[in-house]
Every structure is written in structure tokens, then in C-alpha cells.
Design a protein around this ligand. Sequence first.
Ligand code: NAD
Ligand code: UFG
Length: 341
Amino acid sequence: MARILLAGGAGYIGSHTAVELLNAGHDVIVVDNYSNSSPESLRRVEQITGKQIKQYEADIRNHEKLTAIFRENKIDAVIHFAGLKAVGESVQKPVSYYRNNIDTTLTLLEVMQECDVKKIIFSSSATVYGEENPVPYVETMKRGVCTNPYGWTKAMIEQILEDAAKANPSLSVILLRYFNPIGAHESGMIGEDPMGIPNNLMPYVTQVAVGKRECLTIFGNDYPTKDGTCLRDYIHVVDLAKGHVKAITYILDHCCNEIINLGTGTPYSVTEIVETFEAVNHIRVNHVYGERRAGDLPACYANADKAHTMLGWKTEKTLADMCRDSWNWQKNNPNGYNSKS
Ligand code: NAD
Ligand code: UFG
């Protein structure tokens, strides 16, 4: 069993990963500045698992604080979730995105080197495949041209980590490229809690269903797909979290430098998401078809073979599970972590 530091571990994916790591018997240390999360998520993780998390409120870019945290805990591996992630906002505030996302990574790498920690897993994104590569995306494809600063931070961080691993063969790196995480823990106690108007599809759908927003706009129905709406590889966040546990097991046992897709390999359209959500939860989601959203690709989905062969990981949850669990979280917590559990 190992001691895993989760940078940005109070967020949506980090909190679900914390549950699965604790359930697998690992010790979890979270460092988060709560810029897009709340310590309440970690309190609930402790409630779900009956185990404790060592928590630090700190900015990962604070070299001194981070060094003290690493010195206080004997860290075996780091999972780096910390970053700003809103695509549209990254176009408005590119400098903040580059500053936060790149600097968190550089500071982590420096402190890891100083404290002799040699294993890091990074939250990358399918967005790095760009628009040039054909679907399904395979890890051997070259990174493409990103359409926004958020995507570029992911591509740049991948490059930084690859260069660091090349220069220091004792450093192990796994770049996990997530596709579209949705859903929530089946307890309904933790889930995605976006600030303000959601950018992503599923939180928008659940907020319309719960009456917080009036109507979902489906961005474009004239794409060259089966029903004209975009195709994405939606993955249940609990499956995604279990993928991190497998990646931790792998990186602890191997000296490696790997890229691994975490997706299901099965694309669904926006209309299918809305229809499945309505059918599974017996609730209507008011929606209209509108203009295409700038930067959206018609289709984005994984070839998920490598995660299976290398990590022995496969998704287990269905689209119905994803829709049911997203709604369960939203209806129990209409105001996210600000409402009572
Ligand atoms: P999230 O915003 O819920 O979690 C990120 C966490 O990092 C938050 O708790 C935030 O407070 C923290 N953070 C940000 N900057 C920090 C800093 N400088 N110091 C300390 N903490 C900081 O996002 P998420 O959905 O859980 O995503 C986790 C990671 O996965 C991100 O890097 C994101 O870009 C990546 N990713 C997410 C998706 C998705 O659709 N959710 C898809 C692909 C990749
Ligand atoms: N969509 C709508 N209406 C909405 C929101 C989204 O129709 O109100 C559609 C989008 O047009 C897209 C699909 O739903 O076709 C999914 O959109 P999301 O914003 O949920 O997700 P994206 O695929 O655009 O982006 C996600 C992550 C990014 C990541 C990218 C990688 O949010 O961080 O996947 O492929 F970079």
C-alpha cells in the first residue's frame, strides 16, 4: 500500500479517485487551494469510505509550502489533477490558464526532484489529439493542433513531462488522456459541482432537470453524424477513478513513460444523452437545437485497448448508470456542496 499525493484532489475527478484509492487500501494526501472546489467534498469522501484523508489548503505553485508538505509525508506517487479547466474561460483569460496549469506542473516536478519522489500521473485530455487525427484516437498518434489555450496547456504539460522523463530515466510518468467524464458516486454524496453556468453538457442537463436553468441548447444538429449532433466518449467518473487506481498499481511496479486513453471507446450523440437521461430518470429535459459551438469537433472517442492490455482496466458502467448517478447527485444536492447532504 502506498502514500499518494493528489494535487487538486478536492475537485470532481480527484474526490472520486480518493474514494477508490482509499477503498484499495492506499493513504491519500490532498493538496488543493479550493479555487474550484470545497473541502466539503473531502469530508464526504471520508464519510463514504470511513477513512481519513490528510488535507492541506495550499496553492501547488507555492514552492515552500509544497516542499514542507512533501517533507512531512513520505510520498510514493503524485496524481496531478490541479488545473483550470473551462475551455471558454481559457480563451478569455489565456495568461491565467498558462500561469496556473504550467506553473503547478513545474513546481510539482521541482519539489518531487528535491524530495526524491519519482512517480507522477497527469490528468491530460483527449483534446490534445486536435482536429487532424481520425477517430478513434490511439495513443500512438501525434498530438494535434489544439483549438483553445486550455487544450494547449495540456499539450505543453505533456511535452514538459515527457522531456523531464527523458532527461531523468528514474522518473516515471503516465499521461492519462480523459475523454468525457460524467456521472457521480452511487451514494449521491459527491459529484460535479460547477461554479456559475455549466460549460459541460451533463451538468447543464441536470440543472435544467432540477429547475435551476430553463432550457438546454443543443449546439448544432447538422454535423455529419447519425442524428446530426456531436459524438463524444462519455465515461462514468467512478470507472475513470478506478483507472487511476490501476495506473497507480502499474507505476509503482514499473519505471515507465506512458500515454494511456481513459474512455469507453463507444461514442454517443448529444441527443442520445438527453433521451437516455429522460428515459432512465423519468424526467423531461427542456431543450432546443441551436447554432454550433465554436471549436467543437463532430466526433471524439477513444480506442481504449491500451488501458485494457497494459493496466487490465475496462469500463463497467453503462450510459444509463451515468445518467442515473448524475441525476441522483444533482437532486440530492441542488446547490452542490452548498446544500445539505
Ligand atoms: P476540478 O476543477 O473539479 O478539479 C481541479 C482541482 O484543482 C480543484 O479542486 C481546484 O481547486 C484545484 N486547483 C486548481 N488550481 C490549483 C492550484 N494552483 N493549486 C491547488 N489546487 C488547484 O476539475 P476536474 O474535472 O476534477 O478535473 C481534474 C483534472 O482533469 C484537471 O486537470 C482537468 O483539466 C482534467 N480533465 C478534466 C476533464 C473533465 O471533463 N472534467 C476532462 C479532461 C481532463
Ligand atoms: N453541448 C451542448 N449544449 C451544452 C453543452 C454542451 O449541446 O450546453 C454539447 C457540445 O456541443 C458537445 C457535447 O455536448 O457536442 C459535449 O460538450 P462538453 O462541453 O460537455 O464536452 P467537450 O467534449 O466539449 O469537452 C470535454 C472537456 C474538455 C476536454 C474535451 C476533450 O470538457 O475539458 O472534452 O475532448 F478538453
